[in-house]
Ligand binder design. Structure first.
Ligand code: AMP
Ligand code: ZN
Length: 115
């Protein structure tokens, strides 16, 4: 369930501080330490997996848990009104630096396109 050397598992267990924006029995959302937009949250499942593909194989329902949490928060805090972006980086080319599956939620301003 937890990986001892994983920074996000430590945030989940509370031994590393974070600014939480969402929590239920399965998922937490917290502010990214280095925001890439006015609003930049990270949503993670409380059960450790390495990346979204591993999550999909081991426990696909976790993806629903994450998007349900994102929906709940973005409706509550009004992000839904102007829109937002969800990103999950995977592996080296994807730019993944923390190997506990996480979904970036970005918004609060007009985000640049991919081109
Ligand atoms: P990625 O590069 O997709 O793996 O995203 C990892 C994200 O985690 C980066 O945006 C970091 O700024 C963020 N991050 C790393 N350590 C922490 C931390 N202790 N608290 C909050 N965000 C963190
Ligand atoms: Zn972890």
């Amino acid at each position: 369930m937890k990986k001892p050397d994983c920074i996000f598992c430590k945030i989940i267990e509370g031994t590393v501080p974070s600014t939480k924006v969402f929590e239920n029995d399965r998922v937490i959302g917290f502010k990214d330490l280095h925001p890439a937009a006015q609003i930049h949250f990270l949503f993670v499942h409380k059960n450790h997996t390495r990346d979204v593909n591993e999550m999909m194989v081991l426990e696909p329902s976790q993806i629903g848990d994450i998007f349900s949490a994102i929906r709940e928060l973005t409706l509550k805090d009004g992000l839904q009104d102007n829109g937002f972006r969800v990103v999950t980086n995977t592996g080296q080319h994807g730019g993944q630096t923390v190997f506990h599956t996480h979904f970036h939620v970005l918004g609060g301003e007009q985000l640049r396109g991919f081109n």
